[in-house]
Design a protein around this ligand. Structure first.
Ligand SMILES: [Zn+2]
Ligand SMILES: [Zn+2]
Length: 326
């Protein structure tokens, strides 16, 4: 099979012919139909996440068809599944047993600590492959597997917030904005100063207001979600939320947060992060996304053009999500 392989940190991916690995019990082999590209793939490539094993096949938003199963699993050959960031958990640590498997002490992650979806085939633990419907379009669904799920988990962390400030209007935000507006919530979208295309994109998707991250929204928001990996947005986001509001950091990596006056946090504002996902998140998310009619804006690239897709993402040239198609 062909795969795009990262052989060392800070190097381009290489197109390689690799043998299909044998399956262990409980695993499935998935023929990848589409795999979306995420900012985290850039962090893996840049060595900004700890202990990336090289060589590694990145990609944690793959949609594909089960072609082979090993051992007892509810999945059948021919099922369409999604392979998200969470590749497996230990099932026995306090987090797994406490319903917080996203914080598992011994997890694996697709495209980070185990080979992911930038390939023609991927091997997954059957229990961690997300069942999809045969009618789900692979290219349109792939971005939901990380950008969509992380946005969903971030939204759950805001509780019943009716008005949301969203910082960084990229892949995750453009999906979440559609869900929020379909649920009758109000979205304020913050972009890099001067990024008028992204602001226009946000308004198209139903944002009530869109502007630069150094502007003030029309009214204080109930909550804010930060998707951009820029620590200086934390005090700015805190400044947009009302008393008792929450600021959720949705990214896996962020630059240092600068010092800020305590008054921004005071009055019971809360600052939290979210990490990874649980399978329960996926169970609640996909029906909600179908109900909201979420449409991912995608730009497709052939698998072998993965480096071009990563470069376009890094340069901010993509409004929506890049998707690799083998
Ligand atoms: Zn991701
Ligand atoms: Zn665990």
């Amino acid at each position: 099979m062909l795969a795009m392989v990262l052989r060392a940190a800070r190097s381009p991916l290489e197109l390689m012919e690799r043998p299909n690995p044998p399956l262990r019990p409980g695993q499935v082999r998935v023929r990848v139909e589409a795999c979306a590209v995420c900012r985290t793939d850039l962090h893996v490539q840049a060595g900004e996440l700890p202990d990336v094993p090289h060589p590694i096949v990145p990609g944690h938003q793959a949609v594909g068809i089960v072609e082979e199963v090993s051992g007892g699993t509810r999945l059948k050959v021919g099922d369409r599944v999604g392979l998200p960031w969470l590749g497996s958990t230990c099932g026995v640590c306090p987090y797994c047993r406490g319903g917080r498997e996203n914080l598992c002490d011994a997890p694996t992650f697709n495209g980070y600590t185990r080979d992911g979806g930038f390939a023609e085939y991927a091997v997954a633990e059957a229990d961690f492959a997300i069942p999809l419907e045969r009618t789900d379009d692979p290219i349109a669904t792939a971005p939901l597997l990380c950008a969509g799920l992380i946005g969903w988990r971030s939204l759950l962390a805001t509780g019943t917030a009716q008005t949301l400030s969203i910082f960084g209007f990229g892949a995750a935000a453009h999906l979440l904005a559609q869900i929020c507006t379909s649920q009758g919530r109000t979205v304020y979208a913050f972009t890099r100063p001067g990024d008028t295309p992204a602001q226009g994109f946000a308004r198209e998707l139903g944002a009530a207001w869109a502007g630069s991250s150094n502007e003030a929204p029309p009214k204080p928001a109930d909550a804010a979600i930060i998707f951009a990996p820029a620590g200086e947005l934390v005090p700015r986001a805190l400044a947009t939320v009302r008393k008792g509001g929450v600021v959720v950091c949705g990214g896996i990596h962020m630059t240092d947060i600068p010092a800020f006056p305590y008054r921004l946090l005071w009055e019971e504002r809360r600052l939290v992060s979210i990490a990874n996902l649980t399978r329960d998140d996926a169970t609640s998310f996909f029906p909600a996304a179908r109900r909201a009619g979420v449409r991912a804006r995608t730009h497709t690239y052939p698998l072998r053009a993965a480096n071009e897709a990563l470069n376009d993402l890094a340069a901010g040239r993509i409004h929506g999500t890049a998707v690799l198609v083998p």
